[in-house]
Design a protein around this ligand. Structure first.
Ligand SMILES: C[S@@+](CC[C@H](N)C(=O)[O-])C[C@H]1O[C@@H](n2cnc3c(N)ncnc32)[C@H](O)[C@@H]1O
Length: 257
């Protein structure tokens, strides 16, 4: 039974965690994500943390397939998908993240990328060193480099605007290796991270960007070398958004073979 817009019938989704806890930590997370906002470069909506998952405003039914995004108004689109990263949205539209899959968002922040998956009944987990989603039973406060999950536990691991906070190459590899450890063979690793691709005069490693922020930058050689060393294969060619003379954000999607 669909509405005239094609959106699913509106039913309320029960809050699975304490709104109070979320509100307590929300300002800190908002501040941190706002700082990194320019680096994320890719939300569908305009406001990264203004999502139904956080505020408990979900009003779309569960358990259906993806609706036709072309039939939705702007507000319905935001309601349906939250402020999901558009490159993650692309993976979803291409059928690589399917219902029933077990998904981990490693460094989930306020959970903007989890709105759709959680609503649709995916088995979703989130980890962050900041307790932004404290009270949600499938959230854990933990470092990405040491996560409380068994090996080969997830079909999909997401890392959206997290790896570029690495303090060093060793820290970058510790986070990457841990995400790979918890990924099942055949599973998908989706990363969005700052890079020097498109701005090759910037150094790999901790670098001050033209906008004044300091991030850990990778280049294509490093990502290709890590993909091969882990025994993975690129699911797509590396794709990079270049914000002219400011920064570059690369989408790295690898399959664990
Ligand atoms: C810019 S936010 C991105 C949040 C979310 N992935 C998104 O796309 O909206 C970066 C997040 O990574 C988390 N983070 C950074 N380094 C981390 C680490 N080593 N372990 C756990 N969380 C980390 C921060 O706490 C923050 O919530």
């Amino acid at each position: 039974m669909g509405s005239k817009s094609g959106l699913r019938p509106r039913t309320s989704v029960p809050m699975a965690y304490s709104e109070i806890a979320v509100l307590t930590v929300l300002p800190k997370v908002e501040e941190q994500i706002a700082k990194d906002r320019g680096l994320a470069e890719g939300g569908v909506g305009g406001k990264q943390l203004d999502c139904g998952l956080l505020a408990g405003r979900s009003s779309v039914g569960r358990g259906h397939g993806i609706c036709n995004p072309y039939s939705l108004s702007m507000s319905e689109l935001t309601e349906q998908f939250g402020d999901i990263d558009i490159y993650l949205f692309d993976q979803l539209l291409r059928g690589r993240i399917r219902p029933g899959m077990r998904i981990l968002d490693a460094g989930c922040g306020g959970g903007r990328n989890l709105v759709y998956f959680r609503r649709e009944g995916y088995d979703v987990w989130g980890v962050d060193e900041i307790p932004a989603l404290a009270g949600w039973e499938q959230f854990r406060v933990a470092k990405v480099e040491k996560m409380p999950f068994p090996s080969a536990d997830f079909d999909v691991v997401l890392s959206s605007a997290v790896l570029h906070f690495a303090r060093s190459i060793a820290h970058f590899d510790a986070m990457l290796n841990e995400m790979w450890r918890v990924l099942k063979p055949g599973g998908l690793l989706f990363c969005r991270l700052a890079s020097s691709i498109g701005m090759p005069h910037l150094a790999v490693g901790r670098t001050v960007l033209p906008d004044g922020s300091e991030r850990f930058l990778v280049d294509a050689a490093m990502l290709l070398e890590r993909t091969a060393a882990l025994g993975g294969e690129l699911e797509d060619p590396l794709k990079t958004t270049v914000v002219h003379e400011m920064r570059c954000m690369t989408t790295w999607v690898a399959r664990k073979m």
